[in-house]
Ligand binder design. Structure first.
Ligand code: DGY
Length: 319
């Protein structure tokens, strides 16, 4: 079975695939044009996909030989799962192995914004150490405050657990379903969407993104948030309206924002949000640790090996 991998991945997955007898193609350059990428896809049986290439009706029509796709990601919003399922194409993903790393980044952003870390780092880089000033650009402490989690799955749970342990934060959440483990272990309280945005001191997004949730966090939401609220998004940039977020940050409607994902992504060079001192932006590095990426490599390989043996993928996004 031929596997096309569009970018180098940690060795563990490559070794597993080779040992299972799969024939691997990895292009010399990982900066393929769309046409070149499509050409590789047309000539393979299965794909191990790194990044957010779109897999929709149009793709599957152009590449009818593709029989399975293993994503090197937990998110699958770039795949039309309905179309893939209709065509009997399993879509594998990489849950769990990146939950710790991604929630670490959410925690890091929350703290960076609360203590104005990017602002101060920028000052130091500008050779502006400053004098001790009792009133200047003060941060806020998070002890005993309320963390609101939008989407309390595996990553949301890890974020909530860290906040509970580190700062004794109260946890509220809004989710499709109740998370009984979180309610029991973290004393997390299920609330409505409106209660979530009105009561959170830190609002952190950890849900899977669906197109109908596009710009869900917009002006009317930011308006209802607390003035001291920190907005954290490590899920997908599509969740927030970036122009509205900018306005809310400039007008002091909310305290600050920590973003590992932006809308659009990559962020535009002259996006005014980058000029703000109450913002910390990272370039979608949630899973960028050796441990998480090794885990993702292993899971993606496990998925393709199972498929090559005619078995169900162990980590699958299709319903
Ligand atoms: C994921 O795994 O979904 C990350 O966001 C990278 O795409």
């Amino acid at each position: 079975m031929k596997v096309f991998i569009n970018k180098r991945i940690p060795e563990i997955g490559i070794t597993m695939l080779k040992e299972a007898g799969l024939e691997i193609t990895i292009p010399e350059t990982d900066d393929l044009s769309y046409e070149k990428w499509l050409q590789y896809c047309k000539n393979t049986d299965v794909i191990l996909n790194v990044g957010h290439n779109k897999y929709d009706q149009n793709f599957f029509e152009k590449c009818p030989n593709v029989k399975a796709i293993a994503l090197f990601s937990v998110g699958f919003d770039h795949v039309d799962i309905k179309v893939a399922t209709k065509r009997n194409i399993p879509i594998g993903n990489t849950p769990d192995v990146l939950s710790r790393a991604t929630s670490d980044v959410a925690f890091l952003l929350m703290q960076s914004v609360a203590r104005r870390a990017s602002f101060y780092f920028q000052k130091v880089k500008n050779n502006d150490w400053g004098n001790f000033d009792p009133m200047y650009e003060l941060g806020q402490e998070l002890y005993g405050k309320t963390l609101g989690v939008f989407g309390l799955g595996r990553i949301g749970f890890e974020m909530a657990e860290k906040c509970k342990k580190a700062f004794g934060m109260n946890i509220i959440y809004h989710n499709r379903n109740h998370n009984e483990e979180a309610e029991k272990e973290l004393v997390a309280k299920y609330v409505s969407f409106d209660e979530l945005i009105e009561q959170s001191d830190v609002l952190s997004i950890h849900a899977n993104f669906k197109p109908e949730q596009s710009n869900l966090f917009n002006a009317s939401v930011f308006e209802k948030m607390k003035k001291n609220a920190i907005f954290v998004n490590t899920a997908r940039g599509g969740f927030h309206n970036q122009k509205d977020l900018y306005e809310a940050l400039v007008s002091g409607q909310i305290w600050g924002a920590g973003l590992d994902v932006t809308n659009p992504e990559p962020i535009e060079e002259n996006d005014p949000i980058l000029k703000l001192s109450n913002v910390c932006v990272l370039p979608h590095i949630g899973s960028a640790t050796v441990e998480a990426r090794n885990g993702m490599s292993r899971l993606a390989a496990e998925n393709l090996i199972a498929f090559s043996k005619g078995e169900k993928m162990p980590h699958i996004a299709n319903p």
